[in-house]
Design a protein. Sequence first.
Length: 353
Amino acid sequence: MTDFGMLTKKPRPSGKVSAQEVAQAAGVSQSTVSRVLSGKQSHLIGEATRKKVLQIAHELGYTPNPIAQALRGSKSNLLGLIVREIADPFFSKLIAQLSIQARSRGYHIVLGHAGSDPLQAIELNSYLDMRHSDGIFLMGDLRGDESLLFDLLRQNRAVVALCRGASPASLHTINTDNRLGIIMLMDHLSSRGHTKYGFVNGGWLGDIRERVNAYIEYLQVHNLPDNPEWIQTDVNTSEGGYRAADKLLRLENIPTAVLASDDEMAIGVIRRFEEAGLRIPADISVTGFDNIDFGRFLSPSLTTIEQPVNTMCSEALTMMVRIIDESELINGPLLVRVMPELVIRESAGPVPK
């Protein structure tokens, strides 16, 4: 660490100051400046020289170049983030918190949006490698992203994933306990007298796959009606939830409670049910998953599962820094599941009489 944090930096009128310019102004070699500015201790550099270099660098407005640092074999303090879908409200919250916590640990996030395309993610990986990031976060899974994972792990770089469901054992992953979250929701609905559950499924995504599997398992364990038509699948958006709810409405026998894969789908489900004249929760109950901010402002407000964003980001960063500092992968498959929280609001009520 250098002493720059204790100084008030003076802006330079134009251009960017190089270490060579600092060396010329201080009357010392560039290697001396590099040692001082990197914080490296050396018996060859006296205290007076060190202070002089720091003072001149401050006066000239010198700022370190993270890319140049990486090229010299030092840490760049940059962390790449490849996200499946930046428009997802839950991912937006996760990105913001990850960035805040990264800064508190001395790192900065370089964001890349894959747009659900693994080929785009591979290109982003190459770009982030050119920026010499110290590690890469993967947020969400991509269909057929095995090549991306191989490309990342082949480079023996620090890689930590979030929100991928059951990831390959070689990929260190932070997930909410999706199975437990669904059990919490169904236990709550069961306590309100429900026995007929529908599920609006958001498709192939890893987290959502774990949620629908937990729903099916719950029905089997508790000997509850298991009607395949009560699972309707669409894309995990509000529009997808709307279309899935429309399919449920066309059935002769509809469930009394519907679990949506996530809050975005739940918003579409509620909209379609209300258009059909159903009162929520008097006629049918609806739940979500994620606890995005918009859910509490719905009318009725949405019963859902809180994914503990702060804890997920803290765990992911702790794992990332550990891998970077130890310069090796942590031994063994490491999947960290954080505890979800049931958020009870208005959209889930007693079974209709």
